[in-house]
Design a protein around this ligand. Structure first.
Ligand SMILES: [Zn+2]
Length: 125
């Protein structure tokens, strides 16, 4: 984890800042394409395996939205579970970050969810 002291007076994680910046450009491009004057709400999907801290992402969003038409926008974050499926018996379950074996038969599993990281929805006016 790389952290720096920001001019805003809190430690922010650089990773989440760059994620917030790229998500904000997606939101602003979409808003511009729809002739929006304001972004009221931004809904994100963040998977548990995406490597992004939701708290750090919220802080980062507050920083990047400040001088944009999204400055009053509410941020809604939907976290998706780290779902996995067994390659041998087909058992599907919610895995922890380091669960690689099927709890039913012990065979290796592969992830089927949890890496999501995208802008799901915008509310504009
Ligand atoms: Zn299995």
């Amino acid at each position: 984890m790389v952290a720096r002291r920001s001019p805003f007076g809190y430690n922010e994680r650089m990773h989440e800042l760059s994620v917030a910046q790229s998500m904000m450009s997606v939101a602003l491009e979409n808003a511009a394409a729809n002739n929006a004057k304001k972004i009221l709400r931004i809904a994100l999907v963040v998977g548990k395996l995406s490597g992004v801290s939701v708290d750090a992402l919220r802080f980062a969003f507050d920083a990047v939205k400040a001088d944009t038409i999204a400055n009053g926008a509410a941020l809604v974050i939907e976290e998706t579970a780290a779902d996995a499926r067994c390659g041998a018996c087909g058992n599907g379950f919610e895995a922890g970050q380091y669960d690689f074996l099927c709890p039913a038969c012990g065979a290796p599993v592969f992830p089927t969810g949890g890496n999501e990281l995208y802008v799901k929805e915008l509310e504009i006016e």
